[in-house]
Design a protein around this ligand. Structure first.
Ligand code: PMP
Length: 278
């Protein structure tokens, strides 16, 4: 069966879904995106993802091209057309096509792309998950889910080339997040994570996890922390839509929790699985 994707109102064969070379996404990374998990015939935290998409667009003075109900309808249709029961949808909205010009064109119709892929639900890793530290040299609008992801991509490659799995970033001595996920530490049974501001992406999984932690009577503090607190934490884990809750066992050459998955990390991992299976 062929793979079907969505482009500007049409369901098309994936390999023939083409963008115009003057799309501002290509020239200026003038576009934002979302990735949402689809499981048991629903989009997990769909409303929260639509709200974040709308907020990312608003911060770049763009509008939501469709109503949330229309987005939902297209997403469900794509999963059906591609015969996918558990998977993820990638949605990208660009400002649209216009001859290259630094000034933002007034009348321009947005480009909307949606693709789906089948996925299996992540499991707790059975090998040591290692992260290295790098300076957070991204721009200062990390709260916008922009497609300007080059630093994250270069960092991910650098990690793998150096025998690591991920990069944790640090800006002005403050640990911010991983290149494609949010970061949490646990110290003395208190969970800590960077507050939502312009230096991190407000992860949807992050927000859900804070709610789940509260239901388990665990305390979360949204507060800044430094490298020393990170490497001396009892547990460290990251969160994202596609990886859920992923323990980090080693940071540079510091081993966390004797290289084992922490108790609280595991509790939260299973709570998240339960949450998406409800
Ligand atoms: N931070 C960054 C920089 C990310 O790219 C992502 C995921 N794309 C996240 C955090 C996690 O966000 P979410 O839980 O909404 O997937």
């Amino acid at each position: 069966m062929s793979r079907i994707s969505y482009l500007n109102g049409k369901y098309v064969e994936h390999n023939s879904a083409m963008l115009h070379i003057d799309d501002r996404a290509i020239q200026f990374a003038d576009s934002v995106y979302e990735v949402i998990l689809f499981h048991k015939n629903r989009l997990i935290d769909g409303v929260e993802h639509w709200l974040r998409l709308s907020s990312s667009l608003a911060k770049l003075s763009m509008q939501m091209p469709y109503l949330a109900t229309e987005f939902n309808e297209i997403a469900h249709k794509l999963f059906t057309l591609n015969n996918i029961e558990t998977g993820s949808i990638y949605i990208q909205v660009t400002r649209g096509v216009s001859p290259r010009n630094q000034l933002i064109p007034k009348k321009i119709s947005q480009t909307v792309i949606m693709t789906v892929i089948a996925t299996t639900l992540p499991q707790l890793p059975d090998k040591i998950n290692k992260a290295m530290i790098e300076p957070d040299i991204r721009w200062q609008m990390c709260d916008v889910k922009s497609t300007g992801l080059l630093i994250g991509s270069l960092y991910k490659q650098k990690a793998v080339d150096n025998g690591f799995d991920d990069v944790i970033m640090q800006r002005n001595n403050i640990i911010t997040e991983c290149c494609f996920s949010n970061l949490f530490i646990v110290k003395n049974n208190i969970i800590l994570t960077h507050p939502t501001d312009n230096f991190i992406l407000a992860g949807i999984t992050r927000a859900t996890l804070i709610k789940l932690a509260a239901q388990l009577s665990l305390t979360t503090k949204e507060t800044k922390f430094e490298y020393n607190e990170l490497i001396n934490a009892d547990e460290v884990f990251s969160t994202s839509t596609t990886t859920f809750v992923r323990p980090i066992h080693m940071i540079d050459d510091s081993v966390i929790n004797h290289g084992k998955n922490g108790q609280i990390t595991q509790k939260l991992f299973y709570a998240y699985h339960e949450y998406i299976n409800k």
